[in-house]
Ligand binder design. Structure first.
Ligand SMILES: NC(=O)c1ccc[n+]([C@@H]2O[C@H](COP(=O)([O-])OP(=O)(O)OC[C@H]3O[C@@H](n4cnc5c(N)ncnc54)[C@H](O)[C@@H]3O)[C@@H](O)[C@H]2O)c1
Ligand SMILES: O=c1ccn([C@@H]2O[C@H](COP(=O)(O)OP(=O)(O)O[C@H]3O[C@H](CO)[C@@H](O)[C@H](O)[C@H]3O)[C@@H](O)[C@H]2O)c(=O)[nH]1
Length: 365
């Protein structure tokens, strides 16, 4: 742990050993060598490969990793953020920590609600205590919370949720995220905590856990290649229900440029004494226009995969898929209006086609 003033800012990234958090650290640690980054993560099943996820940043002078459960180890967290402030000097928190899998949340709703809400609220509480003790930090401190499009619930064919749309979650994971958003909002009104939230579409890219649709599909295609006989796929790609549910897909690198922009804007806002306090906590939807139903997405991935591996052979995609029991409730469609972030200069750059092909190529290296 750094105890000196050699860094301009000290940033805490929670859940940073997971899929998106680890990419975020790769990006920020190298982009801001003048800032120090501490990653806190409990290393659950999704980050069991943490050494691999964090291999680009472990060993960098401006990076420290701490294994901690933000829910069960609150005292240690408070000591780190509040009591040890003279050493740790954390003035920015980026919170990714959460259980992220909708399927698992149906089996374990109480754990999801407790874990996801308390990860955020423990961080908020430490932030409140810190600013109480050091009021001058109000001109510097930022709290960026990562939320999801799922908090708005499903959208009709031509609907797009705006930042001020009602929160209508339909599954335990989404409800835990929506409840957290409201708690984050309450710290803005009650304690003047400078919070900002990002709500994003489905994010995909390297390091995502194999339980999610995109990596599950690519992984099963690789297992098929390893079979001795290629007549029948032994472990088929599972499609929930009829595969008609639609999602919009955003590449993780596009998500990071959005995060960087929002974070920069928030840092500027809190330090500019003349900036009027916004009427509510800042929320930014981070969306994409690459929309596909689950069946078409799996079919597309199969086609890209086989084009690369067996360019001259014809495969019938349907032999690789099996339709299984649907989720208890499966939102028909998520769609975000993301005009607000477009207005500050962000647009996604990586098409789903490009992103999927790169992901497939990576898995062959
Ligand atoms: N992946 C997506 O499509 C997507 C889209 C929008 C928002 N999000 C949000 O982004 C965040 C990161 O998602 P991800 O896909 O990288 O998930 P992930 O499951 O890969 O990573 C989450 C990380 O949080 C950590 N964590 C969970 N509970 C913790 C606790 N009690 N204490 C400390 N660490 C804890 C886990 O160990 C894991 O490393 C989540 O908040 C998720 O809700 C994800
Ligand atoms: O084996 C599978 C797995 C998933 N699905 C379906 O594929 C879609 C996408 O599922 P999944 O990849 O698990 O992602 P989501 O449930 O959409 O949730 C992701 O995207 C959300 C943003 O929309 C984030 O908040 C979550 O953390 C992240 O896991 C859903 O309709 C699932 O029912 C299948 O058909 N078969």
């Amino acid at each position: 742990m750094t105890t000196s003033d050699e860094y301009e800012q000290h940033v805490l990234v929670t859940g940073g050993a997971g899929f998106i958090g680890s990419h975020c650290l790769d990006f920020l640690v190298s982009k801001y060598p003048q800032y120090h980054f501490t990653c806190m993560d409990s290393l659950n099943y999704a980050s069991e490969n943490s050494k691999k996820h964090l291999q680009n940043v472990l060993g960098k002078p401006n990076f420290t990793f701490i294994k901690i459960d933000l829910v069960t180890e609150y005292s240690a967290l408070e000591k780190f953020i509040v009591d040890d402030f003279p050493n740790t000097q954390i003035t920015h928190i980026i919170n990714f920590a959460a259980e992220s899998c909708v399927d698992r949340s149906f089996q374990n709703p109480i754990f999801f609600v407790k874990n996801n809400i308390l990860c955020a609220q423990h961080l908020l509480e430490c932030s409140r205590l810190l600013l109480d003790r050091y009021p001058h930090l109000h001109r510097e401190f930022t709290f960026l919370h990562i939320s999801t499009d799922e908090v708005y619930g499903e959208q009709g064919v031509h609907e797009n949720a705006k930042e001020n749309s009602a929160l209508r979650p339909t599954n335990p994971y989404a409800a835990s995220k929506a409840a957290t958003d409201l708690i984050v909002q309450s710290y803005y009104y009650s304690y003047n905590l400078p919070v900002v939230m990002i709500r994003a579409n489905n994010i995909y890219g390297p390091r995502q856990h194999n339980e999610k649709l995109v990596p599950m599909t690519i992984n099963k295609l690789h297992l098929f290649l390893q079979q001795k006989n290629h007549d029948v796929m032994l472990d088929k790609i599972t499609i929930h229900g009829d595969g008609s549910q639609k999602r919009k897909y955003l590449h993780v690198y596009d998500f990071l440029t959005a995060l960087d922009l929002v974070w920069k804007k928030q840092r500027k806002n809190v330090s500019a004494s003349s900036t009027p306090r916004p009427a509510g906590p800042q929320v930014f939807n981070v969306g994409s226009d690459d929309e596909l139903d689950n069946y078409s997405l799996v079919k597309h991935i199969c086609n890209c995969f086989f084009k690369k591996k067996f360019p001259s052979r014809k495969f019938d995609d349907s032999q690789f898929m099996v339709f299984v029991k649907n989720r208890n409730y499966n939102d028909a469609r998520y769609s975000l209006n993301y005009d607000k972030i477009k207005q500050i200069g962000w647009m996604p750059q990586i098409s789903l086609d490009q992103g999927i092909n790169e992901l497939i190529n990576d898995t062959f290296e």
